[in-house]
Design a protein around this ligand. Structure first.
Ligand code: SAM
Length: 434
């Protein structure tokens, strides 16, 4: 097993796509909070730290030809896949830099409108984290957005002893990271069978779920020396020292407290004014294990009128998996929520006819004079993967988007590019009824 500064490098991480990393998604979430987002209609620059095999960047670069994209990763095998794909697709607005974050922070001279990092922060050393924040503090432009995904307490806390055991064992084995994680999980399985988790049944259940996952994914997730969930309050304090302000979650459901916080907790939460304490209470209430946090450098708050006008000008499109009408069942982390037909059917029916501006949707009778209710319903449709903002630029990227789709299909990644929205969607799993 080979590591760089405590992080596994002898195993390739599987390709993943995360919609929350896409510029349009992040800009829309910033706007929903009343912050002026970076302008994506003209040239802009974007950097992904720890980009893996680069699927997010390929989607971005193929659908946003007027912007420049940079991916940084320490694993040369990941970048070989990413570079080959970019070359095959003829993408000239995407480049990959083989470096760790500390050396990239020293050598970089590019300024970015967006910097994102997913599945990286909680797995790297404190020195690498410090240099990520130094980089963000120095090279993010004013009003630039920083997206950071990380593991948090209290949901991830329960896995600390199991991760420690897996990683400690792996240090004493001679195999590859995938072999070592499988050996460790087999040991944990035997211990589980012998009743070691009898007083923590949720840990046993989580380990059983892990047994079914891809070994390469598990090696990256679990065999790192610096694996450490954090309290959101501590993380926010660290990021604020780099000169950034916490805006909201990039997961819109988490920003809709009336839906995502259990009802009995809401009156208590309503009485708490200190932002960091509110975030900790929400983490506790949701037993949150990971966060997708959105920060902005020198945010400019929009006036109420400017905010309403900017939201009204947003154009939304229906995504392929959306129903044409009816009620919606939202499958949320705190259980199913029924979205009533009277609220959702008018939106679904209107979007089934074609893209619509938010201010046109606000004319629907059920939403007349209720902009907050409309935004909540639209955020839920976006969260469910039924609607998405349309691109703000007019550049033609049909050919590169189609070429990317062919590449994704050849890799059997089950991801569909949505060029009009500069994003992609996961294909639903088809179930066999044999
Ligand atoms: C779990 S993968 C996440 C990949 C991608 N962001 C995603 O979400 O699919 C973590 C990535 O961070 C990279 N990485 C880990 N430590 C790094 C460091 N110190 N400098 C640069 N890249 C690093 C790994 O090589 C790996 O590609």
């Amino acid at each position: 097993m080979i590591k760089h500064d405590g992080y596994v490098t002898d195993t390739a991480y599987p390709a993943h796509f995360h919609r929350e990393l896409q510029p349009l998604w992040l800009a829309t979430q910033a706007l929903a909070q009343g912050a002026a987002p970076p302008d994506l209609s003209g040239p802009y620059a974007y950097c992904e730290l720890g980009c893996g095999v680069g699927v997010n960047l390929l989607v971005n670069a193929a659908t946003q030809p007027h912007a420049q994209f940079v991916g940084v990763d320490v694993n040369a095998r990941h970048l070989a896949v990413a570079r080959r794909a970019a070359q095959q697709l003829g993408l000239t607005n995407l480049r990959f830099i083989h470096a760790d974050f500390s050396s990239f922070a020293r050598s970089n001279s590019l300024f970015f409108d967006l910097i994102v990092s997913h599945g990286v922060w909680s797995w790297i050393s404190a020195a690498q984290q410090r240099d990520v924040l130094a980089l963000v503090g120095r090279f993010l432009k004013p009003a630039g957005l920083f997206y950071l995904h990380y593991q948090c307490h209290p949901g991830a806390t329960r896995m600390l002893p199991a991760q420690k055991l897996l990683n400690e064992l792996a240090h004493h084995l001679t195999g590859s990271a995938t072999q070592n994680v499988q050996a460790g999980l087999a040991l944990l399985d035997r211990l589980d069978g012998a009743g070691i988790f009898h007083d923590q049944p949720d840990v046993g259940a989580r380990l059983q779920a892990l047994q079914r996952q891809d070994a390469a994914y598990l090696a990256h997730d679990l065999l790192n020396d610096h694996w450490s969930p954090q309290h959101s309050a501590d993380l926010h304090r660290q990021v604020s020292r780099a000169g950034l302000t916490y805006l909201a979650s990039a997961d819109p459901f988490e920003n809709l407290e009336s839906l995502s916080v259990p009802g009995a907790i809401q009156p208590v939460l309503a009485g708490i004014r200190i932002p960091s304490v509110r975030e900790l209470v929400k983490d506790l209430a949701r037993h949150q294990h990971q966060r997708r946090d959105l920060f902005q450098k020198q945010p400019v708050a929009l006036s109420a009128e400017a905010h309403l006008a900017a939201l009204g000008a947003l154009r939304l499109a229906r995504l392929p998996q959306a129903p044409g009408s009816g009620a919606v069942e939202f499958r949320t982390p705190i259980g199913a929520i029924n979205g009533p037909s009277e609220l959702f059917s008018p939106l679904l029916e209107r979007l089934a006819q074609g893209p619509a501006r938010v201010d046109a949707l606000s004319q629907l009778p059920i939403y007349s004079g209720k902009p907050a209710l409309l935004m909540q319903s639209l955020q839920m449709l976006m969260w469910q993967g039924y609607a998405h903002p349309l691109r703000q630029d007019a550049h033609d990227s049909a050919a590169t988007a189609q070429a990317l789709q062919r590449w994704l299909d050849r890799q059997d990644l089950r991801i569909d590019v949505v060029n009009a929205c500069a994003t992609a969607v996961h294909r639903p799993l088809s179930f066999s009824h044999d």
